[in-house]
Design a binder for this molecule. Sequence first.
Ligand SMILES: C[S@@+](CC[C@H](N)C(=O)[O-])C[C@H]1O[C@@H](n2cnc3c(N)ncnc32)[C@H](O)[C@@H]1O
Length: 311
Amino acid sequence: MAFQNGLAEPSGPVAIIHPDIDFDVLTLSKALIIQPFFPSKVNWENKGFSCEVVLPSKRYDLSIVCCTRSRQQTTDLIVQAAAQADLVVVDGQKVDGIDAHYKLLRKLVKVDGNITKGHGRLFWFSSKDLSALRSTPKKFDQFTTTPGVFSAGNIDPGSELLAASLPEGLKGDIADLGAGWGYLSSKILTHDLVSSLDLIEADATALECAKLNINDPRANFHWDDATSWAGSYDSVIMNPPFHTGRLGNPDLGRAFITNAARNLRPKGDLWMVANRHLPYEQVLNQCFESVVEIPGDSRFKLFQSSRPKRK
Ligand SMILES: C[S@@+](CC[C@H](N)C(=O)[O-])C[C@H]1O[C@@H](n2cnc3c(N)ncnc32)[C@H](O)[C@@H]1O
């Protein structure tokens, strides 16, 4: 619709920033995809696109910013796109705050085109220095986070509860599946008998924060998909995700549990926390000989699952 309503078709480089996997690229088949979420990046590569985690510093004819669920992260992406592209398109849904971005940007730039359809909006404007809108990383306690990562600016109460419930004598080779910006991992590393810790995280932005937050030679950082990661551990410790985008998705947590069992040595333990309403007991019992619920609180349940079943 935008191309039919005055948006010039680009003849040079195009970047599409944070598109979902079903984003319709139309004729922009040579576009560079900027996608820090590992499974989405793999999907785009399988469709034949080149992908980068962050926008490489060069000029683009057109950059399309797809709204993320974090307002400040989207603003940061718009700032970067506006500094490097002749034309910037911002595309998003009302639930992701597109109207707020439109309202703000209309005061700062000349919007050349604006289309609304269903619950979405798309607008475009020409290159502009918007650097005054850029965020600075948030520091609290000894931690740093950036907008858009899970639990930005806060310690997740579920991870905090799990960290406090780990046994004193925790030892050996450990994995944190879905390690985020590293809170749980930082607590795992306070146990002196831990010999190595693999942090596996799909969001490259969160993993970059984890690298800032953890300075310990036992830690290894992996940008990867925890549902297919292959390792060998004495314990897996995790606070698995239960959303894909905005939608609740307990299958994702179940896939984490199944893969945790595959990654554990025969005498290994899975330590995990989950929101009380999430139905993980069945898959835990399918994957482990012993599943014990340890004391949690009104919001979170904790499990120690031992002896992975070999199928
Ligand atoms: C509930 S958060 C836990 C964060 C962290 N462990 C903490 O200390 O609070 C779950 C994390 O899993 C990540 N994640 C989601 N899907 C993933 C996948 N397929 N592979 C690896 N990580 C994933 C999310 O980006 C998020 O950082």
